[in-house]
Design a protein around this ligand. Sequence first.
Ligand code: A3P
Length: 289
Amino acid sequence: MAKLTAKELFHGILFPGHLHSQDSLRLALKFQFRDTDILIVSYPKSGTTWMQEIVTLISSRGDPHLSQTVPNYARAPWLEQYYFTELLEALSSAPRVMTTHLPHHLLGPTLQGSNAKIIYVSRNPKDVAVSYYYFHKMAAFLPKFSTFSEFLHRFLDGTVCYGSWFDHVKDWTSQTATMSNLLHITYEEMSLDLRGTIKRISSFLQCPLVEDEVTSCVKHCSFSSMKDNTMVNYTLIAAEIMDHSKGSFMRNGKIGDWKNQFTQEQNQYFNSIFESKMENCTLEFVWEE
Ligand code: A3P
């Protein structure tokens, strides 16, 4: 694997240098949110793109036009990426939808006092690790790992891009107790009850939908619809950035795929780290369907 350079570290956290410059990261921390903004926050591979699609569809009252004509990274751009400012111009009408993978200890101070609506998406970390491992194979901007075992150790150490999954999830979700503008949604909830979850999100966004509109949202953000939608499956991205001969962004879309990847030994190792890192944390995860 390529050695990490200090240039890619920001406040001690590794970010993919190709997408994030130190300047773009600094700018993100100074961003002035409006109360009408919607911010999707997640650790990578937790269902970010799915949430971008859901929020787009809810805001369009189930009309798929926007989600079928504008790429997800343009309609809900990543706050910390170098091209954010350019894309922001196109988002001038409210509500602006934005996305971030930044951990709470970095972005929390920026959000203080803001009433922007924040949706935090989490996913069980075994599935996150597997999804992230396969994503590294196709994404040229991420370091390469020769084995899953090597990746898993780094994931559990928190020395992968965007840092520790444990800190990310614990720090963001602990804010739900005090921040009424923060909604925590899990990948597993979306998977097990997409319709109910869309209704919860639409009510949080104060955008109540009639049943037909909900039905349209459900249809257009199903795994099969999104897999075929070039505006969201990343196939429009050049192969030098995301190589679809090495994998698919819309890869598996299931709860519990980790069972096909983890050895018994890796599972025991994971569980021991998980228990110690999540001690005193009351979050519960769905590990299989
Ligand atoms: P898998 O690699 O397990 O298939 P992110 O958008 O945060 O990068 O997350 C990507 C993961 O979400 C991938 O997981 C992808 O398949 C899954 N995903 C995206 N849209 C989905 C949908 N509509 N239904 C189920 N899973 C979805």
